[in-house]
Design a binder for this molecule. Structure first.
Ligand SMILES: C[S@@+](CC[C@H](N)C(=O)[O-])C[C@H]1O[C@@H](n2cnc3c(N)ncnc32)[C@H](O)[C@@H]1O
Length: 196
């Protein structure tokens, strides 16, 4: 892998800072509430404030793989502005907890403001890389993630971390982009293909 990871992270942050500060702009990927509804999101989507959902940039619906049980501890890898996180927090309820991790501060600000607006006391947010999680071993019941792992070159580090933080019997519900053919070296080095 010859892509410069620091340059790649900076470009990804630039793109998703724009998604969180100027969500009305045109992007190379779909965003917003209409897109989430098209993906068949559960009813809890409607309680999530526009300030979060207008910056939704997921690729599919991780709750199609199952609802979060009441009382569960959920970790959202790359939670962005918090659409999935705040849906998970509603499903987990006050006896559960929803923990969001993202590296883009303006995304986390939106998630934090919306959690406060919804009066959710069971939401925790961390500014961090998902390759190195600020989460204790075996402390998570369900890991969710939407459109994030495809942006990370070192996927082994992410899956090692998922294995470390999940409790025995815990589960992973990922929505992401999967490519079924080998990606050429040239394409791997093109940062615009990673961020778009
Ligand atoms: C396509 S957006 C998806 C956001 C959210 N999951 C959603 O569905 O709206 C990708 C998010 O992943 C975050 N991200 C990308 N690479 C990351 C990394 N290595 N560590 C932490 N966050 C990362 C970006 O900051 C951005 O908020």
């Amino acid at each position: 892998m010859t892509v410069d990871v620091d340059v790649l992270r900076a470009e990804i942050q630039k793109t998703y800072t724009q998604v969180s500060t100027a969500p009305q702009d045109e992007f190379m990927f779909p965003t917003g509430r209409a897109w989430a509804r098209t993906l068949g999101y559960p009813a809890e989507l409607e309680a999530v404030p526009e300030a979060t959902v207008e910056s939704f940039a997921g690729v599919a619906n991780p709750f199609a793989l199952g609802r979060i049980e009441e009382g569960a501890v959920v970790l959202d890898l790359g939670c962005g502005a918090g659409t999935d996180l705040l849906i998970a927090a509603q499903m987990a309820g006050p006896r559960g907890r929803a923990v969001g991790v993202d590296m883009t501060p303006s995304m986390l600000e939106r998630a934090r403001a919306s959690a406060a607006e919804m009066g959710l006391g069971n939401v925790e947010l961390h500014e961090s890389l998902i390759e190195s999680l600020p989460v204790a071993d075996a402390s998570i019941d369900v890991v969710i993630s939407n459109g994030v792992i495809d942006l990370v070159p070192d996927k082994d580090a992410v899956f090692d971390e998922i294995g470390r933080v999940l409790r025995p019997g815990g589960r992973l519900q990922v929505a992401d982009v999967v490519i079924h053919t080998e990606v050429s070296e040239d394409a791997r080095d093109r940062i615009d293909l990673w961020t778009g």
